[in-house]
Design a protein around this ligand. Structure first.
Ligand SMILES: [Zn+2]
Length: 342
């Protein structure tokens, strides 16, 4: 492949990524080609705002923008200032990493079997199908895995779009992070929802899960999520994928949806397909039905360069933020639309 085409593929891989500014293409893309880039991405992941990052009970509201019509301003500044969804029916526009959503729904902060965490982030909005899916999953997990319930991390902003921290994706209300820590059997306080740490599931040498914290019930939780027909992919740390491959009993077809990816040591990331009839939603092609459990499928993730990446000789230059003009045109209307009734 010519250097130019290689570069194009690299940037394509960068933009499709689930969390913390990481691009997700598909691991069928030769890892060796993207290795130097991935080193950088690991470093970015380490600096991202992840599930284990703490929030604050009294977050300061963002100051108004001096010039919100400046064409160079990052779209994230505009979307982060919208505190309510737009009125109207659900309307997905664009892709997981470049898009927005009108008519999003709020995930209620508490249910019988779930609690929303890090309320200060204000990212508990998503497509109505996603909200319904999380509620359903919470009840299923309670029944199948015996957990009191699930802890819900970031879904998306009230109108989706890019966020000021943490994710490249989660822009169209069809991505959600669920903690790998079971919900405690009591109502958490606001402080606890900001301060409580998620539990690291991966062993110190990064080669496998830590069996003291990753239990057979986790296998059932991930299976329940992956067996939802509208779920297309679930991102987990490679050590977790390895453990699932070893432990899954009976029907293993759901394993094909579980994808090893950077980060995701403390939470898993659910990605739904575009809803039926959502003609402006740009999804991803389906992956193969293969379990992805062969040693050769996982070898790359446990190679020395990935486990112990060397920092790049020069720190990567920060890219200018995505502007509203670079997003699908219909996102402008979503941003300008009136508020849904709270
Ligand atoms: Zn995520």
């Amino acid at each position: 492949m010519s250097p130019l085409r290689l570069k194009a593929r690299q940037s394509e891989s960068l933009i499709l990524n689930p969390d913390a500014a990481l691009g997700y293409k598909d691991i069928s893309m030769s890892p060796r080609r993207i290795a130097p880039l991935l080193l950088m991405m690991t470093l970015l992941a380490a600096g991202g705002a992840l599930a284990q990052d703490k929030g604050s009970v009294n977050p300061k509201p963002l100051p108004p923008l001096a010039n919100p019509n400046d064409p160079k301003i990052g779209a994230k500044e505009l979307f982060a200032r919208k505190l309510l969804p737009s009125a109207g029916p659900a309307h997905v526009i664009g892709s997981y990493v470049k898009g927005c959503i009108g008519g999003a729904q709020q995930m209620p902060l508490n249910g019988d079997n779930w609690q929303v965490m890090r309320l200060s982030r204000h990212r508990n909005y998503g497509h109505p199908d996603m909200i319904a899916l999380i509620k359903r999953l919470a009840a299923k997990v309670h029944k199948d895995a015996g957990w009191p319930g699930i802890l819900v991390g970031d879904i998306g902003q009230p109108r989706g779009g890019p966020a000021l921290s943490g994710h490249a994706s989660h822009q169209i209300g069809l991505d959600a992070d669920i903690w790998l820590t079971p919900m405690p059997d009591r109502r958490l306080s606001r402080e606890e929802r900001e301060e409580m740490s998620a539990v690291m599931m991966v062993r110190e040498d990064r080669l496998d899960i830590d069996p003291k914290v990753f239990t057979p019930s986790h296998v059932l939780v991930l299976r329940d999520a992956a067996q939802e027909p509208a779920v297309q992919r679930i991102f987990v740390n490679p050590a977790i994928k390895k453990a699932l491959c070893r432990e899954a009993k009976g029907d293993r077809s759901w394993l094909s949806k579980i994808r090893p990816w950077w980060g995701h040591d403390y939470h898993f990331h659910i990605r739904m397909r575009c809803p039926a009839g959502a003609s402006e939603c740009q999804g991803q092609p389906s992956q193969s039905d293969d379990e992805g459990c062969k040693p050769s499928d996982l070898a790359y993730w446990f190679s020395e360069g990935v486990l112990h990446p060397k920092p790049p000789p020069e720190p990567p230059k920060p890219k200018p933020p995505m502007t509203l003009a670079q997003m699908p045109a219909a996102c402008k209307a979503v941003l300008r639309a009136g508020d849904a009734k709270p």
